[in-house]
Design a protein around this ligand. Structure first.
Ligand SMILES: Nc1nc2c(ncn2[C@@H]2O[C@H](COP(=O)(O)OP(=O)(O)OP(=O)(O)O)[C@@H](O)[C@H]2O)c(=O)[nH]1
Ligand SMILES: [Mg+2]
Length: 615
């Protein structure tokens, strides 16, 4: 934390904005440049790219996962900026911060135009009554039609029933990467001053009452090793000071008194202590350890409860359970179901669009999220913290319609692919009940295809899509609506290659078996009976023995063994693993390994249960 006193922040001189957009349209890059040009970085920090993407997973994946608050000063104004993620799975992060801000910078890539998540975030901003500012970003990219992008955004606003006022949005043209914005395309690009001016002139100061009883909603919270839990939100009314007696209003009506320890402001990548936080400002408050998003911090004299934060319901769920594989406890620190439950409960408090339910009386938990990425980020986070657990194949969350009909979630899917791959891709999506709604050439031998598809049809499709487009395709999907159950979608066409016994894989055995299918692991890997070591070329499961060494007495028959090298295996990602498994299979996650296995490891027991299922 940086010790730094700030100038008093009067309501009229505060501006609160969120930055919203489709994934990769340049939000975090723009925040970087805004911080740099307003002198909000400390020495050396300006060289970081996407500096606000500070999470380990955020940096590795190059995406924003959590919304983050920062601020900068410009021309005597204090501008609080909330950076949000653009990936549809983290849409809850956008929804929850909308209440803190008085406008949003809607970024649209000048080359791609509005994309599915542009629609989602615009809808949320308009519904909140905000008047967004359009930032057409990446105008440095060659071949973009900026005017067409502005028209498309206007069409989008109209289709979302925007008011006339909202449709008259101001526009700036920017290159976040090069750090400039211009009011007109003919203007000389200099810096981001035109954007700062627009924020100061166009965004209204927060409409709040400084003299009312203090209230702040916990919009998000984070943990600091020295300070403990930090409740982050916008002060809706009144003033909070360090040392004040405060009251936390729980969602269930409970009240917990506490004393405010510190009041912190955000600046650049840091937090610093404030003497007070007045209505309108976005701050962090410490002093209360056990927090949940949506709770209100208020005063015991005159307590206020702010309305709940509404976010869309999750669409995909998986079962998380304790690791029952023979390898249990080898890598992980936390392996019991009590530990897993405690951790998932903790996650639920801050991860607003995640649901966790105990699965009956068992040691397993139904975890529902907004998509595979939402859940796989959770899995990766837990692994890195030292947890071991297993998960089942993802399923969609269904709803009941009129007359008891089963409804399932559908998504709008937009694909940018090489035109040559169109046939293959449309065919496989057709088998998954995808219906093409628009298709057009976008130049450079590429096409953009829009489809409506059941979420179920997309589960397990992403890795296949990369194969079908030779890694050149871009796929983005966002929840559309619930609709009728589309019908059966074919399972994985391949059976599993199952390890016969506990052993260590050897080159010779893998080499001998390699025409049976594709293996997931190379030689020298310890495996257990019932573990899935590869995919069979045919439909049925087979038990194989990749640990069987060559008998020393065997003569080499043809001398071809060593000439015919082992097919190299690729490391499987979390997403690939959970997309691959069937209902009777599980993925085992430990801090060091990802293993696929049959639910029933014992071969005899498994045969018997399969026979029982078939009858
Ligand atoms: N050419 C060009 N590239 C840009 C511009 N702004 C951002 N980019 C690039 O676009 C990519 C994505 O940038 P980010 O800032 O991470 O995008 P984001 O919107 O924050 O992405 P998410 O948070 O994951 O939704 C990076 O490779 C940036 O360098 C720009 O103005 N011009
Ligand atoms: Mg980002």
């Amino acid at each position: 934390m940086v010790a730094r006193k700030s100038a008093p922040r009067e309501r009229e001189r505060i501006r609160n904005i969120a930055i919203i957009a489709h994934v990769d349209h340049g939000k975090t890059t723009l925040v970087d440049k805004m911080l740099a040009q307003s002198g909000s970085f400390l020495r050396g920090e300006a060289d970081l790219e996407q500096a606000l993407d500070s999470g380990e997973l955020e940096r590795e994946r190059g995406i924003t996962i959590l919304s983050k608050c920062t601020s900068l000063d410009y021309d005597g104004y204090h501008i609080n900026v909330v950076d949000t993620p653009g990936h549809a799975d983290f849409g809850g992060e956008v929804e929850r911060v909308m209440r803190m801000v008085d406008s949003a910078l809607l970024l649209v890539d000048a080359f791609e135009g509005p994309m599915p998540q542009t629609r989602f975030v615009t809808k949320k901003a308009l519904a909140k009554g905000l008047r967004p500012i359009l930032v057409v970003n990446k105008i440095d990219r060659p071949g973009c039609d900026v005017r067409a992008v502005v028209d498309a955004v206007l069409d989008l606003f109209i289709s979302l029933d925007a008011t006339d006022e909202q449709c008259e949005f101001p526009v700036v043209y920017a290159s976040a990467r090069l750090g400039y914005a211009v009011d007109a395309l003919t203007d000389e690009p200099r810096d981001l001053a035109p954007l700062f001016r627009l924020i100061v002139d166009f965004v209204p100061p927060p409409r709040v009452d400084r003299d009312a009883p203090p209230a702040m909603q916990v919009t998000t919270f984070s943990h600091d090793d020295y300070l403990g839990s930090l409740a982050i939100g916008r002060v809706e009314a009144g003033v909070f000071r360090p040392g004040d007696r405060a009251l936390l209003m729980r969602r269930d009506g409970g009240r917990e008194p506490f004393r405010i320890n510190k009041v912190l402001g955000f600046r650049g990548l840091h937090r610093f202590e404030l003497d007070e936080a007045a209505a309108g400002d976005i701050v962090a408050i410490t002093g209360m350890e056990d927090l949940n998003v949506g709770e209100t911090i208020t005063t015991p004299e005159n307590p206020v409860v702010l309305p709940m934060i509404e976010v869309d319901a999750p669409t995909v769920r998986m079962t998380f359970m304790t690791n029952t594989s023979p390898t249990v406890g080898r890598d992980g620190r936390f392996i019991t179901s009590a530990k897993l439950k405690e951790r998932l409960d903790r996650e639920r408090k801050s991860n607003v669009s995640l649901r966790v339910e105990q699965n009956g009386a068992t040691d397993s938990f139904l975890v529902s999220g907004r998509g595979e990425l939402h859940l796989s980020v959770l899995i990766e986070t837990l692994r890195r913290e030292g947890y071991e657990f297993m998960v089942s194949r993802p399923k969609v969350v269904t709803q009941e319609g009129a007359n008891g009909a089963v409804l399932e979630p559908y998504e709008t899917l937009v694909l940018d692919i090489e035109t040559a791959h169109t046939g293959t891709v449309i065919e496989s999506l057709g088998q998954r009940f995808g219906r093409v709604t628009d298709i057009r050439e976008i130049g450079a031998g590429r096409s953009r295809i829009e489809l409506l598809i059941p979420t179920r049809g997309l589960l397990g499709y992403r890795s296949r899509f990369l194969n079908e487009t030779h890694g050149t395709g871009v796929l983005s999907a966002v929840f559309h609506a619930y609709g009728p159950w589309a019908g059966d979608i074919k399972d994985r066409p391949n059976g599993a290659l199952i390890a016969m016994e506990d052993c260590t894989t050897v080159t010779y055995a893998l080499w001998r078996l390699q025409d049976r299918g594709e293996f997931f692991l190379g030689p020298g890997v310890p495996i257990y009976a019932g573990q899935i070591v590869g995919l069979h070329t045919r439909e049925n499961d087979v038990v194989v023995n990749p640990g069987k060494a060559k008998k020393l007495s065997n003569m080499r028959a043809s001398g071809s063994d060593e000439k015919n090298p082992l097919v190299p295996v690729r490391d499987m990602s979390i997403e690939e693993a959970i997309e691959l498994i069937n209902d009777d299979e599980l993925v085992e996650f430990t801090p060091k390994a990802i293993r696929l296995r049959k639910r029933v490891l014992d071969h005899m027991k498994r045969k018997r249960s399969e026979r029982a299922d078939a009858t």
